[in-house]
Unconditional design. Structure first.
Lengths: 154, 237
């Protein structure tokens, strides 16, 4: 009986998620519960362009695309900066190095009105941790994270 | 206080500014204990004994069954794109890493520490009650000495997926080929368990994986694809 109820409730919730995708309360730490079976429930093979993404309510942000011209080392001097506090994205900036002025103009014209171009300051380069594809112990030795850990280790 | 230890074969960095030696070693012990149970490299781990048929699912520990059931559920939920079954062996180590970070995060909060940063091989949980406490860089897959984005946050979970660090270790479990649309995918939002699983799933699915993000309110994505397009898909929640 209980099992049927859970199944029914799960289907009901799934249906609601599909019909009304909005600012749903979302707090579970367990992915088995959270996604509500996103792949199973989404319309099959309906491809979505990246531009029509998750922006639905509250603060609206344009999703930006930036294409670099230098295939050798794109984005070495262009970065996205996002400020998030209390679970809300409050600021999105495009940061460029001073010597990348020409390219930054091109990039920020692509970026939509909410992105502002800014020069990277020494302060904004102070990062506390680096997220990336899982590195091995060997690649860690050469990594930015390793340098940060050495600088900050007590 | 920040310390680094290599556990589960990955460098783990834990930063608790007001922390003691004890709170840090207790935190690392959570990783060590989980590694002892779930490692596929340790002969006596429960996972190894399960794979050799010495322990059945019924005889396994509660925690083993819990993770096993979550992995089964995730496999269904992601249409097979998340799969802890590797060849004929059960290997939940990807999920266990995120699970361990989550456990340490809960442990630190319960111990009265609000401000901390845990980074396990590139998966991060940051916490603080003060705005702009942490500045998290997202690695540039074209040059890992550089970052392509950074997040100034009070609290967030961030996970990235890519094949640039450890060779082509992520394959599309459906087509059995190495996915090549993305160079890297980063997902950030409230829970590392969701961020980690879906960074891998979206990476493995390729471009069509981006539609999955719509079903994950509160989660955002930054990616760089094979054409070197850097893109952000930000949650408005």
């Amino acid at each position: 009986m209980k099992k049927y109820f859970i199944t029914f409730a799960a289907i009901a919730i799934l249906g609601m998620l599909v019909i009304y995708y909005g600012p749903t309360a979302f707090k579970s730490g367990n992915p088995a519960k959270t996604g509500g079976g996103p792949l199973a429930s989404s319309a099959p093979t309906q491809s979505t362009t990246a531009n029509s993404s998750t922006t639905t309510t509250a603060v609206q942000y344009k999703d930006g695309t930036y294409t670099g011209s230098d295939a050798q080392n794109p984005y070495g001097d262009v970065q996205i900066s996002i400020v998030i506090n209390g679970g809300k994205i409050t600021t999105v900036n495009l940061l460029t190095m001073p010597n990348a002025a020409e390219r930054s103009q091109y990039l920020s014209s692509q970026a939509g009105p909410l992105l502002q171009s800014q020069t990277i300051s020494a302060q904004s380069a102070q990062i506390d941790g680096v997220s990336g594809a899982t590195y091995t112990s060997q690649s860690y030795q050469q990594s930015l994270q390793s340098a940060l850990d050495q600088a900050k280790a007590a | 206080m920040r310390k680094v230890q290599t556990i589960m074969g990955i460098p783990i960095s834990i930063d608790v500014p007001d922390g003691t030696n004890k709170i840090l070693s207790d935190s690392f012990n959570i990783f060590t204990k989980l590694d002892e149970r779930f490692s596929t490299y340790k002969e006596q781990s429960e996972v190894s004994r399960f794979n050799r048929g010495i322990v059945t699912i019924e005889e396994s520990s509660e925690e083993f069954r819990k993770i096993f059931n979550i992995c089964e559920q995730l496999k269904k939920e992601t249409g097979g794109y998340f799969d802890a079954q590797f060849d004929s062996d059960y290997d939940p180590s990807g999920y266990v890493k995120a699970y361990a970070i989550n456990q340490v995060s809960q442990f630190l909060k319960q111990s009265g520490y609000e401000t901390f940063l845990i980074n396990a091989g590139g998966d991060i949980v940051a916490n603080s009650s003060d705005a702009n406490t942490w500045n998290i860089g997202i690695s540039n897959p074209n040059d890992t000495k550089k970052i392509l984005a950074h997040l100034e946050v009070d609290a967030i979970a961030v996970a990235s997926s890519g094949n640039y660090e450890r060779g082509h270790h992520i394959i599309n479990p459906i087509s059995r080929i190495t996915p090549d649309y993305f160079k890297s995918v980063t997902i950030f939002g409230p829970s590392i368990l969701v961020a980690d699983v879906y960074a891998t799933v979206i990476f493995a699915m390729g471009k069509k994986g981006l539609s999955v993000l719509k079903q994950l309110p509160g989660y955002s994505c930054i990616y760089i694809n094979k054409n070197n397009e850097l893109r952000q898909l930000l949650s408005s929640k």
